[in-house]
Design a protein around this ligand. Structure first.
Ligand SMILES: C[C@H](N)C(=O)N[C@@H](CCC(=O)O)C(=O)O
Ligand SMILES: [Mg+2]
Length: 363
């Protein structure tokens, strides 16, 4: 199964409502799609979102990295020679983790097809089903209560609440949401780097005093402020999860060894794909640290790859793979099955994609 062409395209899917975090507001999934064609007729698909405020990647940089740096390094390679292809992909250029993730995902899709097995089985085959949370965008407290109650009425038991815009308003948001949803709903908070270390300690302690029982607080402080995050982790009982602070396996080692956070959020768009994500899983296992699997604003295509990783690895104990649920449409036939909070992997070879509508291919 030899690689004969790599095509780059774009997909545009409207969101059900604007997605708002402390870092940005987005109304569409507007992502790069990669298609790797082989001489046997098998095709592998990948996807990458332009999450400039987190990864630094833009649609132009992702397309350019694939077309001008990665493509020629792996054209003609046999998928059976997987390790060599992966080394070439890694060495094609530094950083550009989203572009690398898109190609890595397409290559894993082909790897599964080569051995006629679903990727999650090749990686460990730990489970077939998982439960995702759903994100509540940061808005005024009334709108967040409404969105939280809508999610609860759809059966979601875990909500990921976006905060980080204004500490006092964030506390009002949490007061209103906890009161509305009651004590049985799990609440996760994601400040997306919006608080200072002191603000985070103050806010989290307030919520602890009120008995809010927050499952964890994600990325309370700036990505590079590891000392600040360590101070938060040391001074509160609530678990702290590192997201934007951890891209590479080396970042994971640094966070874990410094005890700067309790949990690591693995996202394929930060690691550059499944290969490095597996390394972070191994590191976390060695140190007895749990991981969450997360996503950016991604369609079912690349989120399916994250589902397969989570299905393979027991160290991934928390799931934030709601990207496809935030989209108004699902143009992808095949892949993982999303039924509100329940996600199931299919046993089709690779990632099981059948057809994707609405891609505009670059010439
Ligand atoms: C979509 C997911 N639940 C999520 O919140 N992901 C990111 C932000 C993604 C983005 O801005 O595209 C996160 O910070 O965890
Ligand atoms: Mg986050």
């Amino acid at each position: 199964m030899k690689i004969i062409d790599i095509k780059v395209g774009r997909i545009l899917i409207p969101l059900k409502k604007p997605f708002k975090t402390a870092l940005r507001t987005v109304e569409h999934v507007n992502n790069i799609i990669v298609k790797i064609e082989t001489d046997t007729g098998h095709v592998g698909y990948g996807e990458a979102p332009p999450t400039g405020v987190i990864t630094g990647d833009t649609r132009g940089s992702i397309a350019g990295a694939i077309k001008e740096h990665i493509k020629n390094n792996i054209l003609g390679m046999d998928i059976a020679n997987f390790e060599e292809i992966m080394i070439r992909l890694e060495k094609s250029l530094v950083k550009n983790t989203s572009a690398k993730a898109a190609v890595d995902i397409a290559l894993y899709d082909l790897f599964g097809q080569l051995y006629n097995a679903p990727v999650y089985k090749l990686l460990g085959g730990y489970r077939k089903e998982m439960t995702t949370d759903i994100t509540v965008s940061v808005n005024d407290p009334e709108e967040m209560v409404k969105d939280s109650m809508d999610a609860v009425s759809r059966g979601f038991k875990t909500l990921k609440i976006k905060v980080g815009k204004n500490i006092n308003l964030d506390l009002q948001r949490m007061d209103a949401i906890r009161e509305a949803v009651g004590d049985d709903i799990h609440l996760r908070l994601d400040a997306n780097q919006g608080w200072s270390s002191k603000e985070a300690i103050y806010a989290i302690k307030k919520m602890e005093d009120k008995g809010f029982n927050i499952e964890f607080v994600e990325q309370p402080v700036k990505a590079e402020d590891l000392e600040g995050m360590k101070a938060v982790t040391e001074n509160v009982s609530t678990l702290i999860l590192a997201d934007e602070s951890v891209f590479s396996p080396k970042d994971a080692i640094e966070i874990i060894r410094n005890r700067a956070a309790d949990i690591i959020n693995i996202k394929l768009m930060k690691t550059g794909g499944i290969r490095n994500a597996l390394r972070i899983c191994a590191i976390a296992e060695m140190y007895g640290v749990e991981c969450m699997i997360g996503c950016m604003l991604e369609s079912k295509l690349s989120v399916t790859a994250a589902v397969h990783l989570a299905a393979a690895k027991s160290v991934i104990t928390k799931v934030d793979l709601d990207g496809p649920l935030l989209c108004k449409e699902d143009p992808i036939e095949g892949g993982a099955i999303f039924q509100d909070y329940k996600i199931t992997v299919s046993d089709d070879p690779g990632f099981g994609f059948k057809n994707i509508d609405g891609i505009i291919w670059d010439s």
